[in-house]
Design a protein around this ligand. Structure first.
Ligand SMILES: NC(=O)c1ccc[n+]([C@@H]2O[C@H](COP(=O)([O-])OP(=O)(O)OC[C@H]3O[C@@H](n4cnc5c(N)ncnc54)[C@H](O)[C@@H]3O)[C@@H](O)[C@H]2O)c1
Length: 278
């Protein structure tokens, strides 16, 4: 289950955070890696996104394992850019066996104060970008009769929280799209599953904007200040999980032996899933 020798793995949003831990874990297990990241900030996202330096560091970590890495600056909301990356990877590495549609942003705005530009940014990155990724890898996987696709949803893809209309709409949408794609690709040896993470320790959550949203009563809230509130979203008494915990679920769902697990949603959320119906 832990052997990915000579597999080719595409990971979007690979500059840092969960995308980076997935990339390094696959490389350590013998895979060649294909990465993209937008490597620029967005006016509609209140925290810094991944940078070119971050992406270069992921490449360094992958190459340090002895595996090959293609990495480009590309925004998954741009279908042509995603298709160009897949075409390049298929030309240089021969194929894509595994795709992890991981890129995403977080933005907070209550429904009465949610600019269209913020809605479009979140839907573009978190839902349309996932569609572009799955759609771009599917034809080659169908041709070869093999594929493992994982999309990244969220515990907010099966529940709600205040200020998360756009994020929730995108992450619920990812699950619907994943299940439909699983059936479309079922005849071709390709599985498609979603992972629904809880609070994961990455720059998406450890930033001033989120800390202030969670603790509006404090001038300069710290990690310790937000932990009790973040922990309430989970079932177990833990505020944040490590990105490597999501990586383990990714490795399980993309293993060759997981051939008959498709159309599912796997939570990695310290028990938050116990509160939702399905
Ligand atoms: N951190 C959490 O608590 C949490 C919880 C549930 C789900 N998620 C999801 O996990 C995924 C990974 O997030 P993370 O926690 O590693 O956050 P992160 O911000 O550390 O990493 C996300 C990376 O994706 C890149 N990115 C964002 N939009 C992009 C786009 N349109 N095109 C290309 N690259 C883009 C960013 O530049 C960044 O490098 C996201 O889909 C996120 O919504 C995160």
């Amino acid at each position: 289950m832990d052997d990915f020798t000579d597999r080719v793995v595409l990971i979007t949003g690979g500059a840092r955070g969960q995308g980076r831990t997935h990339a390094v874990a696959f490389a350590e297990r013998g895979a060649d890696i294909v990465l993209c990241d937008r490597c620029e900030d967005s006016d509609d996202v209140a925290y810094p996104l991944g940078t070119a330096e971050d992406l270069a560091e992921t490449v360094r970590l992958v190459e340090a394992t002895g595996r090959r890495c293609i990495a480009v600056k590309a925004n998954t909301a741009d279908r042509a850019a995603v298709e160009a990356l897949v075409a390049r990877a298929e030309a240089e590495f021969g194929r894509i066996d595994i795709a992890i549609a991981n890129a995403g942003v977080s933005a907070n705005g209550t429904i009465d104060n949610l600019p269209s530009s913020q809605w479009e940014e979140v839907i573009g990155s978190n839902l349309t970008g996932v569609f572009h990724t799955v759609a771009a890898v599917a034809p080659g996987m169908i041709e070869r009769g093999y594929g493992r696709i994982v999309t990244i949803s969220s515990m907010l893809g099966r529940s709600a929280a205040p200020g998360q209309a756009a994020y929730g709409a995108a992450k619920w949408g990812v699950i619907g799209m994943t299940k439909s794609a699983a059936l479309d690709l079922a005849p071709h040896g390709i599985t498609v599953n979603a992972i629904a993470p809880g609070n994961i320790s990455t720059p998406m959550v450890h930033n001033d904007s989120l800390y202030k949203l969670v603790r509006p009563d404090l001038e300069s809230p710290t990690r310790e200040d937000v932990e009790p509130v973040m922990q309430m979203l989970h079932g177990q008494p833990v505020a944040f999980l490590e990105p490597e915990e999501v990586t383990r679920a990714v490795l399980f769902l993309t293993a060759e032996a997981s051939a008959h697990i498709t159309g599912t949603v796997m939570p990695v959320d310290a028990g938050a899933a116990a509160r939702v119906t399905a």
